[in-house]
Design a protein around this ligand. Structure first.
Ligand SMILES: NC(=O)c1ccc[n+]([C@@H]2O[C@H](COP(=O)([O-])OP(=O)(O)OC[C@H]3O[C@@H](n4cnc5c(N)ncnc54)[C@H](O)[C@@H]3O)[C@@H](O)[C@H]2O)c1
Ligand SMILES: [Zn+2]
Length: 338
């Protein structure tokens, strides 16, 4: 179990492994529970979800909007949900982001928890208390910081996750390993996605380690002043890639961004070429892309339109070893990769 402290409340608890069966005991006794989920989860986990009153929201980033939040409020009112109602977000990162926001604002905030069912939701989206929705096509423009009472990360639910989504989650785990956990990194050097899915104990260990990396950083920097920026390793370039093409999902863009930032760091003399090669190989073993044909000039242009650019310099998170990164203001003319 990983615990994240909350001011004025008991810590937020994250449980990993064979844990779905523990949902009933985590729910506050004698209080009504409403589950928020999506149609894919209903298809695979109709039982246990149907045991509870539930609200099904559409899948897809285009529905992560204030309209969906308003629809949830309407349904909660219809169901007669009050301040004592407990809300469970049962799904991937879209469901958990939306649930966190809806629960934090319905009647000025009700208690909530998550059953995180995608690998990305388990190691990233459901950890750290950020939630929210997109506005006018801009990602996560409205939201609040608020930690759930609990997060259940059941490894069995990952068996029904589409393989491409599983690999996308691995990209964020490899990112976490490069930031702060060399032992976690070694797991990815010696185990394929199939190996991980076949070994529950190993998968539980790897997910727990990745959550710990994020939890430690979030604890040190709950409101995103400094440390938390480390979690954006590989993301500046990933966002540029995502701006230019729909070819890659977020995790795939992160994988390419990780390789590019490792190459930049190597060219700056901050990361040994052997370490950079290990990063490339681990991502390849995870079945992730490590290159894009997008012209460098276009990527750099997309980068410089990013809000993090100050004149001709860029704040970059640079890997200096597997397990260590630094924040460094870098002149644009040093931003180059192979
Ligand atoms: N709050 C944060 O700190 C944070 C961090 C990272 C990402 N996010 C957000 O997370 C979202 C992406 O999350 P995601 O990748 O989980 O997307 P998602 O919720 O869309 O899930 C991906 C797909 O997998 C399906 N799915 C999920 N679990 C399943 C399972 N066990 N079996 C079968 N199908 C399953 C979903 O229905 C969906 O089609 C983005 O909106 C992103 O902004 C938030
Ligand atoms: Zn990410």
């Amino acid at each position: 179990m990983v615990e994240i402290p909350r001011t004025g409340k008991t810590p937020s608890r994250i449980l990993v492994g064979d844990v779905l069966g523990r949902l009933p005991e985590l729910l506050p006794e004698g209080r009504r529970t409403v589950v928020i989920t999506d149609p894919n989860l209903m298809q695979h986990y109709g039982e246990p979800i149907s045991r509870f009153e539930h609200i099904v929201i559409p899948t897809g980033e285009e529905h992560k909007t204030l309209d969906t939040i308003a629809e949830i409020y309407r349904r909660l009112i219809e169901l007669g949900a009050d301040r004592k109602t407990f809300i469970v977000g049962f799904g991937g990162g879209i469901v958990t982001d939306i649930t966190g926001f809806a629960a934090s604002t319905y009647m000025r905030g009700v208690d909530f928890g998550f059953v995180a069912t995608s690998l990305l939701a388990q190691v990233d989206a459901s950890v750290g208390g950020k939630n929210g929705v997109n506005v006018g096509g801009y990602k996560n423009m409205a939201g609040v910081f608020n930690q759930p009472d609990f997060v259940l990360c059941d490894t069995d639910t990952l068996q029904t996750l589409p393989p491409r989504e599983f690999r996308a989650g691995l990209a964020e785990m490899i990112k976490a390993a490069i930031i702060a956990d060399p032992a976690l990194f070694r797991i990815f050097e010696s185990h394929s996605p199939e190996d991980l899915l076949a070994d529950k104990a190993l998968l539980t260990k790897a997910i727990t380690s990745a959550i710990r990396v994020k939890a430690h950083i979030v604890e040190a920097d709950e409101r995103e002043a400094g440390e938390r920026r480390k979690l954006n390793l590989g993301h500046t370039l990933a966002h540029a890639i995502e701006k230019l093409t729909r070819e890659f999902n977020h995790g795939e863009a992160v994988a390419i961004g990780l390789v590019q930032i490792a190459e930049i760091s190597t060219k700056m003399g901050l990361l040994a070429p052997t370490q950079k090669d290990r990063i490339v190989r681990a991502l390849q073993k995870a079945g992730l892309p490590t290159r894009t044909d997008l012209p460098k000039a276009q990527l750099l242009q997309a980068l410089t339109h990013d809000k993090k650019v100050e004149q001709d310099k860029l704040w970059l998170i640079l890997p200096v070893a597997i397990g260590d990164v630094i924040l460094k203001e870098t002149p644009l003319n040093e931003v180059s990769w192979d």
